[in-house]
Ligand binder design. Structure first.
Ligand SMILES: C[C@@]1(CC(=O)O)C2=NC(=C\c3[nH]c(c(CCC(=O)O)c3CC(=O)O)Cc3[nH]c(c(CC(=O)O)c3CCC(=O)O)/C=C3\N/C(=C\2)[C@@H](CCC(=O)O)[C@]3(C)CC(=O)O)/[C@H]1CCC(=O)O
Ligand SMILES: NC(=O)c1ccc[n+]([C@@H]2O[C@H](COP(=O)([O-])OP(=O)(O)OC[C@H]3O[C@@H](n4cnc5c(N)ncnc54)[C@H](O)[C@@H]3O)[C@@H](O)[C@H]2O)c1
Length: 213
């Protein structure tokens, strides 16, 4: 049987209760990303790095400066562990598993319910590369290459279509229009920075919106 591949999702963490065990080098990056995603983050660690400390001082996360204790996963919706002691990962994972809370650990892939891809962003566009745990270094290399392919025009196009999606009723006419904008002339013009001409195409498309359904 072949090795299963990891299944990618994009989580919406705004207002969700998330626990991060550890506050060292690896945890700092995780903490920053979780706060940026709007999670209600609690960090538990006896030794705390500068950026977690800064976020705590700014009131953007709750910091408990102590070792992890049984019961800490209670009430949490997602758990991340990044400590320098794999016994901590094992203990937290056992508790999380027993209570059905999903867990990621930086040091024991076998205990992960989900893994983290290498991520890069341009505006609303997210490039994420996973190697299903085979080669994090390769995930990072490929992510950088793929992100270079995302141009300012793509970001403009994503914002424009997002704006239209919020205003037009869902259905086949909207699908057709958005696909046409992205793949057709308007998209091409936006890519080349010719926004006024692109908007003229969008207006023309909107005038006939829904006529052929
Ligand atoms: C992508 C990225 C996302 C992130 O962490 O945000 C990520 N690792 C990154 C970098 C990186 N990690 C490591 C190196 C050294 C070179 C190498 O080993 O390749 C480098 C490269 C570097 O640092 O440049 C070492 C390492 N990583 C894991 C272990 C434990 C083990 O395998 O036993 C060890 C050994 C530790 C040791 O030996 O002590 C485990 C995991 N690392 C994962 C993700 C998950 C699988 C991702 C996938 O499927 O591809 C998984 C399974 C669990 C998880 O963490 O979710 C991030 C890139 C960030 C960026 O883009 O900049
Ligand atoms: N997944 C990845 O991408 C990746 C990459 C490199 C290394 N790693 C692994 O990640 C782990 C963490 O590395 P690091 O550089 O962040 O370590 P670090 O030494 O910088 O930080 C360790 C943190 O764990 C905390 N800690 C220790 N015992 C604890 C306990 N009982 N309860 C709560 N917190 C506790 C410490 O207080 C500290 O904040 C290592 O095992 C390393 O092998 C993972």
């Amino acid at each position: 049987m072949s090795t299963p591949v990891d299944f990618p999702v994009c989580l919406r963490l705004e207002g969700r209760r998330v626990l991060l065990v550890g506050a060292g080098t690896i945890a700092e990056e995780r903490g920053r990303q979780l706060v940026e995603a709007g999670a209600r983050l609690r960090v538990v660690a006896p030794v705390v790095g500068p950026s977690i400390r800064q976020l705590a001082d700014a009131g953007r996360l709750e910091l408990l400066e102590r070792a992890w204790r049984p019961g800490d996963t209670r009430g949490q919706e997602l758990v991340f562990v990044a400590t320098d002691d794999s016994r901590v990962s094992e203990a937290v994972a056992a508790e999380a598993r027993a209570s059905g809370v999903w867990l990621n650990t930086a040091d024991v892939p076998e205990l992960c319910d989900f893994t983290l891809p290498s991520v890069g962003r341009r505006g609303p566009i997210v490039v994420a590369v996973s190697t299903s745990g085979q080669s994090p270094a390769l995930a990072r290399l490929l992510r950088k290459r793929f992100l270079d392919q995302v141009l300012p025009g793509h970001v403009r196009l994503a914002r424009l279509t997002g704006w239209l999606r919020r205003r037009l009723p869902q259905g086949p006419a909207r699908m057709r229009l958005l696909k046409h904008l992205v793949e057709g002339e308007a998209g091409e013009l936006l890519m080349r920075g010719r926004s006024r001409e692109a908007w003229a195409r969008v207006r023309a498309a909107l005038e006939t919106f829904g006529e052929t359904t």
